[in-house]
Design a protein around this ligand. Structure first.
Ligand SMILES: *[C@@H]1O[C@H](CO)[C@@H](O)[C@H](O)[C@H]1NC(C)=O
Ligand SMILES: *[C@@H]1O[C@H](CO)[C@@H](O)[C@H](O)[C@H]1NC(C)=O
Ligand SMILES: *[C@@H]1O[C@H](CO)[C@@H](O)[C@H](O)[C@H]1NC(C)=O
Ligand SMILES: *[C@@H]1O[C@H](CO)[C@@H](O)[C@H](O)[C@H]1NC(C)=O
Length: 504
């Protein structure tokens, strides 16, 4: 098998955009221990490659798979070690498909390497990485003689292992140790001319390293594998992914684990440029979902190198699943709810014509909302403005992070913890509450915007925009401006992260 891995670098002349086609797979992995660990890995790898072939037929250049997508999260049922793979160092660019001898700890990675080369498709896969160590030689080597990492790897279009990222921010994952490699190990440049950062295995998205750090270093395309547990009102999967991508202006390709009983679902391709539609799925009954969409990267702002490659396989405009949305069945959904009782909150009163309300909290955070709310007897419920600056706990109190939030949220009563309780509710078709703008004076630079309806669909990017205006070194005004008819809103949120103030 001959595969050219030579990058033809050319100066960026004229065009400053590269267009490529991304794919993500949402899937509930095979998890039965009946035939052992290797059978779990091989069955999931088979499902990966079957869908990778479909994605390639639709022109995909790169495809992302979910966190734990190869192993499932059912790690208690058998010997975790039998699920672990030994990952070569990316600097060695090993093509595992060429190896004649494989152990059960390289076999599945080898099968994926052969699949990537055969399909000529970049594969981004999350797996359990096995690293042997010697308790005599390394001080913190466990007695069992190995470490396990939650690791994302990239197999290029020739099957070579070209990048590896070991998850740094584990979320209640006993048995794993956090990665400590430089953020640069998560960066790779493709033969279609786009530089990506791996990153964001799930909970990482709440932190700076490695994704945000690499984005601030100029990378504009991010591949995320996740098993995200939904939390209302601010952190449901597509809402959070859209917010992160829009807040930073980067393309985010996210593949999520599908397990609705645990509140895990929602994947997509979220473009960084303003007013480009996301392609995402958030379907309770979805099971396995493949999304393919084309994305554009601005090479003059980024880290990107231009390369030449014949492009016969590009999707036509409009052929992709742009804005693909499935309405979730709220009756069956499972959510964690953030405790809002420490938030400052203000009930928004009815107003026949446009009014502005304001609310402040700690650290100089002040939020404004402009709206009209003529009132309507056929509509139940209330809207509140929420303001909060301070620490919040995640993972049942194990993690503590500093946030700043300005949000307008739908609530069942005038009690703040009745906000964003949608389970079992029938979303209305219309609402007399019309939002014009939510703005906030933030102390952090990192503010992420989201606009979500009561049926948990995202409001189209054509109907709102986001601005972030620095006022001084430590203050910025950020604004969500709604420009069209959105339908009944659940949560319109500016979510700031103040990483330096986290409790560690
Ligand atoms: C694998 O086996 C083939 C055929 O026996 C041989 O030509 C090739 O050199 C071997 N590759 C490696 C890496 O040992
Ligand atoms: C790309 O970025 C440059 C520099 O910020 C900007 O001038 C240009 O308009 C951008 N092009 C596109 C197509 O967005
Ligand atoms: C009241 O709400 C219903 C639907 O819930 C809508 O059809 C009607 O136009 C609304 N009336 C006013 C005055 O907003
Ligand atoms: C909120 O409104 C007040 C009064 O109009 C204004 O002074 C302030 O700048 C506004 N703040 C934001 C964040 O828009």
């Amino acid at each position: 098998m001959l595969c050219v891995r030579l990058l033809l670098l050319a100066a960026a002349v004229g065009a400053d955009e590269v267009r490529y086609t991304g794919a993500v797979l949402e899937h509930e992995p095979y998890s039965s221990w009946e035939s052992g660990g290797l059978a779990i890995l091989q069955e999931n790898a088979r499902i990966f490659l079957e869908h990778a072939a479909l994605a390639r037929q639709q022109g995909a250049d790169i495809m992302v798979f979910p966190e734990y997508g190869l192993t499932s999260t059912n790690l208690e049922g058998g010997d975790v070690l039998s699920l672990a793979q030994v990952v070569p160092h990316p600097a060695d660019q090993v093509v595992l498909c060429f190896l004649n001898q494989t152990s059960s700890h390289t076999q599945v990675l080898r099968e994926l390497s052969c699949g990537a080369a055969q399909l000529k498709l970049y594969l981004v896969v999350d797996l359990i990485e096995l690293v042997h160590c010697s308790p005599n030689q390394i001080l913190d080597c466990p007695d069992v003689g190995y470490y396990l990492y939650n690791t994302q790897v990239v197999l290029d279009h020739c099957g070579a292992l070209v990048a590896r990222y070991r998850k740094k921010h584990l979320f209640l994952e006993p048995g794993f140790i956090p990665g400590d490699e430089s953020d640069a190990t998560a960066v790779f440049t493709t033969d279609f001319g786009v530089t990506f950062t791996l990153q964001q295995i799930c909970f990482d998205i709440m932190y700076e390293s490695p994704g945000l750090a690499n984005v601030e270093g100029g990378v504009r395309d991010v591949a995320m594998s996740t098993a995200w547990i939904d939390e209302l009102p601010f952190l449901t999967a597509p809402q959070m992914f859209r917010a992160w991508s829009a807040g930073l202006g980067v393309n985010l390709l996210v593949a999520n684990y599908h397990n609705t009983a645990k509140g895990m679902l929602g994947s997509g391709l979220f473009p960084g440029a303003p007013r480009q539609l996301s392609s995402y799925t958030y379907d309770h009954n979805g099971g396995i979902t493949l999304l393919v969409a084309s994305l554009t990267t601005n090479t003059s702002t980024g880290h990107t190198t231009r390369v030449s490659r014949p492009r016969k396989d590009l999707l036509e405009d409009g052929k992709q699943h742009e804005g693909a949305q499935q309405k979730p069945q709220l009756q069956d959904m499972v959510f964690i709810h953030e405790d809002l009782s420490r938030y400052n909150h203000l009930l928004l009163e009815e107003a026949a014509s446009s009014v502005t309300a304001s609310l402040c909290h700690n650290d100089g955070l002040c939020c404004n909302v402009s709206y009209t709310f003529p009132g309507n007897t056929s509509m139940t419920g209330h809207y509140m403005l929420l303001a909060y600056s301070g620490l919040v706990e995640k993972g049942g109190g194990v993690y503590s992070m500093y946030i700043q939030v300005c949000s307008v949220v739908f609530c069942l009563s005038d009690e703040v913890n009745s906000c964003a309780r949608v389970e079992g509710e029938d979303p209305p078709l219309a609402s007399s509450f019309l939002l014009q703008e939510v703005s906030g004076m933030f102390g952090t630079l990192h503010v992420f915007p989201s606009v979500m309806r009561r049926d948990l669909t995202l409001v189209s990017e054509h109907l709102w925009d986001f601005n972030s205006i620095p006022l001084s070194r430590d203050q910025r005004k950020t604004v969500i401006h709604v420009t069209g008819e959105t339908g009944p809103l659940l949560s319109v949120t500016l979510m700031g992260r103040w990483y330096q103030r986290d409790l560690v």
